[in-house]
Design a binder for this molecule. Structure first.
Ligand code: AMP
Length: 615
């Protein structure tokens, strides 16, 4: 198997020659693994299965220590999270026997995908951190082919940790990035010009989101002339940082002017780390103040950080809704999507990072996991969402193809087998083959299956929405009113974005219903939504209050007429529970009689409902 490139060593003096040599090694590694993709995949599967020959899960299905693809595909089922839940719960409750993986489960990664309203728990093992680091180490050498000189400046990245919980069995459960930032792979990363960030690690590791954001912005502003690239993980996070700056720039300027840090920043390690960077700089404070107090924030990124060459954020998938805002704030700097990853596994990278967001494709790196692909065809044009079969029949199972056998232009659902104990696991993402790098396919990210609404990392499906709306609408019955039809959309025209529900009612006397009744309905919907949504509302403040817009009677008939005029079949027409198509949103908006917002945040605590938390 092509060996992973060595990242620059600690002692490296970061001289140009070493950087170039390392970049070449990385690019050669990518060439090799993509050229030999099928053989790498065969070896990955064989390695996973031989290591895990003794695990209960594989024995249960009678794999009997076989490590070949044919037997594996014949006997091991293609599964979803719900199928693994009993095994995962045993691990969470303290069973340390080799249930899914022969190596000890080091922690659970809490996915933004949910099951029964709670984050999914993905088991992981210590060595996966190395695999994640490997994928990160590929990004900048690829980027440097297109933009030289990135090793000469700093990256201003807004990175955050989230709270963690402990399972009843004592394993930590936390998001994958929190796990990575807290690991020695990140904290004690070797001296590398490409991971030279403006944010000291203490500011990233601070759990208080206000203190973390404030101190990262302060350090970023103070080092503004060194910054050559800016970013966050997802587009929504980066925009949140800019909006934070809009609110707090005068306080930040005060700190830059005086070389002190505001008293609201109380975390001693953050204060100490920031104070190592900060010195009084009245000239810079004047400059930032002058830029921020101009009426318009158009191009604020290039104005404040003039050497910035690109914004590194994911804008594929639901994040594409933030592209106009990013273009506005940056005067259309390139938006670069570097990688595609999840709690289950890190998948791949973008080998053409300066392409336009609509053309981004990810090359899956064949030694991250064993990949299979389930062909998908069904697509609901009105909602843009794809809902595939839940359990697979034998014929569907036989349709799964290997990495090198996918067909150009075809859509697939991604299925992974990982070193950490997931076997033929359906990730839930729909990908379209857009080309090949040597033998390895490249994919456009199309969507996450079954997601109706998403603002940030929340993913609300139609069933959850339906249940939440039903619970809330029951409150209308006592006023002799009922819900006739509804649909929804994710409104990101203002930041933070929020969920909007269009409700058509049957009501005897609308004057009998006070606004507070609808506000309670908004709140009830929010209380009924999953934990990732509620965390976004309460903790991250990345989602605004949910809104109900009551529409005139007959609106949903008009919606049906519109759909039929666009070619929908009258026999098959069903009201879409989520809409994205602008003319439909315009139609609905033109019929709004009144609108109401949730008056308060729903409840949220870290960890699954039944666990105690340990922040
Ligand atoms: P999580 O497990 O919470 O980290 O979420 C992982 C999911 O985020 C993936 O399965 C995708 O649905 C989505 N995701 C990750 N990277 C990308 C990307 N580059 N473009 C679009 N969606 C992404």
């Amino acid at each position: 198997m092509p060996e992973a490139p060595k990242i620059l060593s600690d002692s490296a003096d970061c001289i140009d020659g070493i950087v170039v040599e390392n970049n070449n090694k990385v690019l050669k590694f990518i060439e090799d693994v993509t050229a030999d993709a099928d053989e790498v995949q065969r070896r990955v599967l064989s390695q996973i299965l031989s290591r895990s020959a003794n695990v209960e899960y594989l024995q249960r299905y009678g794999l009997n220590g076989c490590t070949d693809r044919e037997t594996f595909k014949k006997v091991i089922p293609v599964v979803r999270y719900e199928d693994l839940k009993p095994d995962i719960e045993r691990i969470a409750n303290g069973d340390t026997s080799p249930i899914l993986c022969s190596q000890p489960i080091s922690e659970f990664l809490t996915s933004s995908g949910t099951s029964a309203g709670e984050r999914k728990l993905m088991p992981t093992i210590e060595e996966e951190l190395g695999r994640r680091s490997l994928l990160y180490s590929l990004l900048m050498p690829v980027m440097s082919q297109f933009l030289p000189g990135l090793d000469k400046g700093k990256g201003m990245y807004f990175l955050f940790v989230k709270s963690e919980a402990k399972t009843p069995g004592g394993l930590v459960a936390r998001p994958v990035l929190t796990s990575y930032y807290k690991s020695s792979h990140f904290k004690n990363r070797p001296n590398d010009p490409y991971t030279n960030y403006t944010s000291p690690k203490e500011t990233i590791l601070c759990l208080d989101s206000y203190q973390s954001m404030y101190s990262q912005l302060l350090c970023g502003l103070f080092q503004n002339e060194d910054v050559v690239r800016v970013g966050a993980v997802f587009a929504s996070g980066f925009i949140r940082a800019i909006q934070f700056l809009e609110k707090h720039w005068s306080l930040l300027c005060k700190d830059i002017r005086t070389g002190t840090i505001d008293s609201k920043i109380t975390d001693p390690s953050v204060r100490e780390a920031v104070m190592k960077i900060l010195k009084p700089n009245p000239k810079l404070a004047d400059f930032v103040e002058a830029e921020c107090s101009k009426g318009s924030w158009k191009g604020i990124i290039t104005r404040l950080w003039p050497e910035t060459k690109y914004i590194d954020v994911i804008v594929t998938g639901t994040m594409s809704q933030y592209i106009p805002a990013l273009d506005y704030y940056s005067n259309a700097l390139p938006l670069v999507c570097t990688m595609y990853a999840s709690s289950e596994c890190y998948f791949g990278i973008n080998l053409n990072p300066l392409c336009s967001p609509s053309e981004v494709s990810y090359t899956l790196i064949p030694n991250m996991a064993y990949f299979e692909f389930l062909p998908v065809t069904r697509k609901d044009e009105l909602t843009g969402s794809i809902s595939g079969p839940t359990a697979l029949n034998d014929k569907e199972k036989q349709q799964l193809v290997d990495l090198v056998h996918v067909k150009l232009g075809q859509d697939y659902e991604l299925v992974v087998t990982t070193y950490a104990g997931l076997y033929r696991y359906r990730v839930g993402d729909i990908l379209r083959v857009s080309g090949f790098k040597n033998k390895a396919p490249q994919f456009n990210f199309i969507c996450r299956k079954n997601v109706a609404l998403s603002i940030d990392s929340d993913k609300t499906d139609e069933v959850e929405l339906q249940n939440a709306v039903k619970t809330a609408a029951n409150q209308l019955l006592q006023y002799e009113a009922s819900l006739v039809e509804y649909t929804s959309y994710a409104d990101t025209s203002a930041i933070p974005g929020h969920y909007v529900l269009f409700w058509e009612l049957s009501v005897k006397d609308s004057t009998l219903i006070a606004p507070s009744v609808f506000e309670d309905c908004c709140f009830t919907v929010e209380e009924s939504l999953n934990s990732v949504y509620r965390q976004g509302r309460v903790c991250d403040k990345s989602i605004g209050p949910l809104e109900i817009r009551v529409v005139e009677n007959g609106t949903f008939d008009m919606l049906m007429d519109f759909a039929l005029s666009q070619g929908s079949s009258i026999n098959q027409y069903k009201t879409p529970r989520c809409v994205k198509y602008a003319p439909i949103i315009e139609l609905l908006s033109s019929r709004v009689i009144s609108s109401y917002f949730s008056p308060k945040c729903p409840r949220w605590t870290a960890g699954h409902k039944q666990w105690c938390t340990q922040n």
